[in-house]
Design a protein around this ligand. Structure first.
Ligand code: NAD
Ligand code: UDP
Length: 312
């Protein structure tokens, strides 16, 4: 198949590219580098099955030849990133979404929307099943991300219902691994960078808020599984093992022996969800998918990657 990935130079887009190339598909990567990096796709230079288009998907995109699959992964994804690029985040998850839906229809292909656990906002139900409608502040400091992602889901379902577009929706929960931007402020990469540099690990608030961390290889396998399934409504993808942020800090420190880092507490940012844990019953039933990489193994791999990468 010929597959188009928006956000292909980002963390998840680049790993998804590697998976699809390993399956023998051709990949067309599209990115404008607003938060992604050329380094993430450098290893693909000279690969005949890979083409890259530098393009902002807010602008309609012309692609020659067939496009069988469109993975819409483009969007700033860290709380720091989407506050820094508020308007771009709103646009890539609205105009960007329907531009790629139009391209999918024109090419008679299949579309997958990378939505997010942020659709559940600060959830009042834990764990979160797909049937939960969420608790989102429509004007808060996460709204430029949460609300357009919710809109993207609505847009995707409208194209599916009225225009017959062949669509899939995933809600991704916190994922970690190599190629995350060391300075995008997300918790795992921040703690690893701080631990490797002997800086204090910055826990926001008392650190009792929870998250559930999925390793990137598990996640991209799930994304691909959803694309090749027959299911049109949202599917949660994430690792259901929930822990506190303070425990994440302690685990990272334990995996970097010799680090001189301590733990420091900084003020809690506004609208920070107090709990987050995916209910993955649907993914298990429909795809037979569940994460297999333990946190210990995933964190160790990521730490090894950044031991080298941070020195450069
Ligand atoms: P990332 O920032 O590493 O990658 C996003 C990529 O999209 C970047 O390369 C960026 O340059 C590109 N991009 C952004 N706007 C663009 C535009 N208008 N045109 C072209 N390219 C554009 O982030 P990520 O973690 O890889 O996230 C990928 C997707 O997954 C995002 O849609 C994000 O919302 C979603 N997601 C990720 C997580 C996670 O834990 N990583 C969780 C929930 C949802
Ligand atoms: N967090 C933290 N210190 C950091 C970065 C994040 O304590 O340096 C906390 C943050 O307050 C949140 C959780 O870790 O409760 C996850 O933050 P992240 O930015 O990774 O993503 P989120 O799940 O909030 O979108």
């Amino acid at each position: 198949m010929r597959v188009l990935i928006s956000g292909a130079a980002g963390f998840l887009g680049s790993h998804l590219t590697d998976l699809l190339l390993s399956q023998g598909h051709e990949v067309v990567g599209v990115d404008n580098f607003i938060t992604g990096k050329p380094d993430n796709i450098k290893h693909l230079e000279g690969n005949k099955a890979y083409a890259f288009i530098k393009h902002d998907v807010i602008v309609p995109l012309d692609v020659d030849g067939p496009v069988d699959r469109v993975y819409h992964m483009a969007s700033p994804a860290s709380p720091i990133g989407y506050v820094k690029h508020q308007v771009a985040t709103v646009k890539v998850n609205s105009q960007g979404t329907w531009n790629l839906l139009d391209l999918t229809l024109a090419k008679n292909g299949r579309f997958l929307m990378a939505s997010t656990s942020e659709c559940y906002g600060d959830p009042q139900v834990n764990p979160q099943p797909e049937s939960y409608w969420g608790n989102v502040n429509p004007i808060g400091l996460r709204s430029m991300y949460d609300e357009p992602k919710r809109f993207s889901e609505a847009c995707t379902m409208a194209y599916h219902r009225e225009l017959g577009a062949d669509t899939r929706i995933i809600r991704i929960f916190n994922t970690y691994g190599p190629r995350m931007d060391p300075h995008d402020g997300r918790v795992v990469i921040s703690f690893i960078r701080q631990a490797l540099n002997d800086e204090p690990l910055t826990v926001f608030g008392d650190g009792k808020q929870t998250r559930s961390l999925c390793y990137v290889s598990d996640l991209v396998r799930g994304i691909n599984g959803v694309m090749e399934s027959d299911f049109h409504e949202p599917i949660n993808l994430g690792n259901p093992e929930e822990l506190t942020i303070l425990d994440i800090a302690k685990e990272v420190l334990a995996l970097v022996p010799g680090s001189k880092s301590t733990i420091t507490h900084l003020p809690m940012p506004p609208d920070d969800p107090k709990v987050r844990k995916p209910d993955i019953t649907r993914a298990k039933q429909i795809l037979g998918w569940q994460p297999v990489v333990s946190r210990r193994e995933g964190l160790a791999k990521m730490i090894e990657f950044y031991r080298g990468a941070l020195k450069q």
